[in-house]
Write a protein that binds this ligand. Structure first.
Ligand code: SAM
Length: 259
């Protein structure tokens, strides 16, 4: 774990399962405690595919950011709900881009300060809650030029907000602030199998922060008014996959362009 001061350490609550650390555990990371692993394992017992989902989500992020930076010419990214830094973080996939990371978790803040910021000054971190999108946009404007294309990313984070209308409002507020030629990148867990639904139930019962799985058409509604990039909203394993016939997964994602 990163070095923490005493006051901060008291707030970390290593004995309480923690969203970013459980995700880190499923991704195969080392920044997690026994309570996180116990909550994570409660889900694994009914939905072993969760670890595949966590790793595949990073594959989707990698392919989407690579497409945006290399093919679509996007040079600015706003990655909302960054999570604990693991492998292939956005600024590493698009090293020439300006990247603003946003998360509301103080633990992510500590790790991000150590790992994500600095370099050539093209990457920075905001400690903010996505329920305050206008604040995020105002603070991100210190680093990003909103008159030029920006890719706004919500990667496996919107299920923490149970109300779909609120989710749509958050996404729309961010997209409205972007210049034409900008992009929205979004993936989320979907309620597409009984076992993934059982896994979400176990997560809530184990004391982890509950996560709302959504139907694919609910996720599609977050892209209203945008032009989907091929192949549209699909299981993330099938978004420009590196192999043919990639198996489906209970997580859908898409990249879409603001006209
Ligand atoms: C499942 S992890 C996903 C991490 C990363 N986006 C990825 O693709 O691996 C969810 C992250 O969202 C963050 N998060 C949850 N609610 C948030 C909120 N209201 N505002 C900002 N970040 C939030 C958590 O702290 C956690 O780091």
């Amino acid at each position: 774990m990163a070095q923490l001061d005493d006051g901060f350490a008291a707030r970390v609550q290593s004995d309480v399962p923690h969203a970013a650390r459980i995700w880190n555990y499923w991704m195969g990371g080392k920044d997690n405690y026994a309570a996180d692993r116990a909550a994570g394992d409660a889900v694994v017992r009914v939905y072993p595919e969760i670890a595949v989902m966590a790793r595949e989500s990073r594959g989707f992020l990698t392919r989407a950011v690579r497409y945006l930076a290399d093919e679509a010419g996007v040079a600015q990214f706003l990655d909302i709900g960054t999570g604990l830094p693991t492998m292939q973080n956005t600024h590493e996939i698009a090293p020439d881009a300006g990247v603003v990371y946003v998360d509301n978790d103080p633990l992510v803040l500590v790790h991000a300060r150590a790992l994500l910021t600095g370099g050539e000054g093209r990457t920075t971190y905001l400690h903010a809650d996505y329920h305050e999108p206008r604040r995020i946009l105002a603070e991100a404007a210190a680093m990003l030029d909103f008159d030029r294309p920006v890719a706004a990313m919500f990667m496996g984070v919107l299920g923490y907000e149970p109300d779909l209308d609120a989710v749509r409002d958050i996404v729309a507020t961010v997209v409205d602030a972007l210049a034409p030629g900008s992009f929205l990148v979004l993936w989320d867990g979907t309620n597409t199998s009984p076992s993934v639904v059982a896994g979400a139930d176990r997560l809530a019962e184990s004391g982890g922060v509950p996560y709302v799985l959504r139907a694919p058409d609910e996720l599609a509604s977050c892209f209203a008014g945008l032009e989907p990039v091929e192949p549209g909203l699909v299981p993330i394993t099938r978004w420009r996959p590196p192999i043919a016939d990639a198996p489906a997964i209970d997580a859908y994602g898409a990249v879409a362009r603001k006209p």
